[in-house]
Design a binder for this molecule. Structure first.
Ligand SMILES: CC(C)(COP(=O)(O)OP(=O)(O)OC[C@H]1O[C@@H](n2cnc3c(N)ncnc32)[C@H](O)[C@@H]1OP(=O)(O)O)[C@@H](O)C(=O)NCCC(=O)NCCS
Length: 176
């Protein structure tokens, strides 16, 4: 059985980063992430068009965390709390003991190994604390930075693909 208990919120720390709960005051950073056409390029989502969209998104995430439906971290620098991006675990399947991982970084903070550091910590939390057996990720085949990250983290490409979305590859990581 999965151990999904996100209240109190699971604060995580790495050498350079703190992974903390999203707050209402993150609205500008969430808007920056979700309205950026480069960040959204390979993501199938409705972009944020207004600050209100970003606010609604934060509220929606907060409710999901309260219900233990998903867990979503803001990634900030240990040194000065600068907001870098987000990482989340969602689509939990109790039966298959699996979930999905999602992640995004503001452009200025890509290419510095920050997501590798954050995702590694989150994967460890999923396996050790939630008792997940398999983590999946869906990446557009041309999303090279995302594919590189998944491979570095040890994910393997699955042979099956979604016929309705043939450009997306499923990657999977199983607990050792
Ligand atoms: C996917 C995404 C998070 C990857 O970001 P990233 O910064 O490339 O990922 P990493 O944290 O693994 O960093 C790796 C890069 O940092 C470099 N790096 C610098 N310092 C480093 C360090 N201390 N440790 C590790 N890598 C370091 C690596 O060389 C590598 O750069 P390169 O790709 O130019 O060789 C980012 O591209 C993104 O937010 N994309 C938009 C959202 C998105 O598509 N999400 C995926 C949905 S499936």
């Amino acid at each position: 059985m999965l151990v999904k208990a996100f209240t109190p919120f699971p604060l995580l720390r790495t050498e350079r980063l703190t992974l903390r709960q999203l707050m209402q005051t993150d609205v500008n950073a969430i808007f920056a992430l979700r309205s950026d056409s480069e960040i959204n390029k390979y993501l199938e989502r409705q972009p944020s068009r207004t600050l209100e969209d970003a606010e609604n998104f934060i509220n929606m995430i907060t409710v999901k965390i309260t219900k233990n439906e998903s867990v979503y971290w803001a990634i900030v620098l240990n040194d000065n709390e600068t907001f870098l991006g987000t990482v989340c675990l969602f689509n939990f399947s109790e039966k298959q003991e699996k979930c999905e991982i999602g992640y995004e970084l503001l452009g200025n903070f890509q290419g510095k190994g920050f997501m590798n550091e954050a995702a590694d910590k989150v994967i460890n939390y999923a396996f050790q604390t939630i008792k997940i057996q398999t983590i999946e990720a869906y990446s557009h085949k041309n999303n090279q930075r995302s594919v590189n990250l998944l491979i570095k983290l040890g994910f393997k490409e699955l042979p099956e693909y979604d016929k309705t979305n043939p450009d997306f590859i499923t990657y999977s990581l199983t607990k050792k």
